[in-house]
Design a protein around this ligand. Sequence first.
Ligand code: KG4
Ligand code: ZN
Length: 342
Amino acid sequence: MAIVLGIETSCDETGVGIVADGRLLGAALSSSMDEHARFGGVVPEIAARAHLEAMVPCVRAAFEQAGISPSGIDAVAVTSGPGLATALQTGLAAAKAYALALDRPLYGVHHLAGHVAADTLEHGPLPPRSVALAVSGGHTSLLLLGDLARDPIVHLGDTRDDAAGEAFDKIARILGLPYPGGPAVDASARDGDRDAIRFPRAMLGSGYDFSFSFSGIKSAVARHVEQGPVRVPDVAASFQEAVVDVLTHKAVAACLAHDVDTLVIVGGVAANGRLRQVAAERCAAAGITLRVPPPRLCTDNGAMIAAVGELLIAADTPPSPFDLAADPSAPLTRASLSPRRS
Ligand code: KG4
Ligand code: ZN
């Protein structure tokens, strides 16, 4: 068993978590979300500055909650990509500093692998094979997983344009709802009629094509609102229903096509209430076991990165070099990331 410190700074959350034996010992989170709200999206330089200010207090708070001292950890894991370059660099610099000062190995982790591993903190190890639906602000992918630490990650399909979370954020803006849009649309939709408007379900009937597209629905919602007047909760609920319909339909189809009996839904959008509900219904009907982390572990956090670190150590993965570079557009092929600074 290894005790791992995890650091996550790819976007606007400074996340620190300490994990041992697949369990969360302590965590702290600081968000610069409010500082970006008036710009309608994350401003990289503001995020990087906020990470710098929040890092040491967050690390201290996580250690305090875990009841251990820094010298009690065995390794440091850090998100080295993908994400905002300056934001990633702040976390990398901190992780390297802790690893060097404490003389512990450093593990570069792919952010999306972190989202998948978040679920293991709640529901235990993943089965030997599973399908993951990764839905965040930057990604929408259906993935075929083996051993997360050892095996390559196979992409069954990805979005061709916007990510699901990005679509929620843009629709929120169109509807005049606050940033970040996902939680705002989720809340508004609870008072709406999801059958009020039939928005397009892109690529729904495309058989074994597990790709997604969300730019069409964004335009459809914009056109509908321009023709106004509209009832915001109805538009929010109808939009959400269309997105959830496509995501869950394709995720279940991917499990059946690949003879996999476990679906894990991860990333910020996995916090969505309606997505969790429809996924549970459709998985039950298809005989598929559904795993979704609790909402606090769906959005970005440090524990999920520590969880990957622990899996990498258990799989005897070599640590990353200390000139590990941030890779803002790292492709998701493996959980560990070890590009060097060029
Ligand atoms: O995984 P995450 O925290 O950061 C990225 O890696 O991108 O995901 C953030 C995304 C944002 O687009 C946010 O609007 C969306 O997840 N999100 C939601 C909900 N909570 C967060 N989308 C729909 N419903 C939610 N409840
Ligand atoms: Zn994320």
